[in-house]
Design a protein around this ligand. Sequence first.
Ligand code: 9UX
Length: 72
Amino acid sequence: NLREVSIPISGMTCASCAANVEKSIKKLEGAQDVSVNFATEKATVVYDANATRISEIKQAIEKAGYKPLEIE
Ligand code: 9UX
């Protein structure tokens, strides 16, 4: 059960920040494809809904030191 979500993030001030977020999300069990775009300030994540959930993805973003925003 793969789903894709795009989560806006605030607090990324250089391109390496995006790499930090990416690394943190990729550690999640159910993360299949993760790409964080510094320019658009969004994380696009393909995840297995049986293994993880949006709240966990948001926690991974926070753990890396950034702020996930509400999905529009
Ligand atoms: Mo760049 Mo981001 O020097 O936490 S990695 S600001």
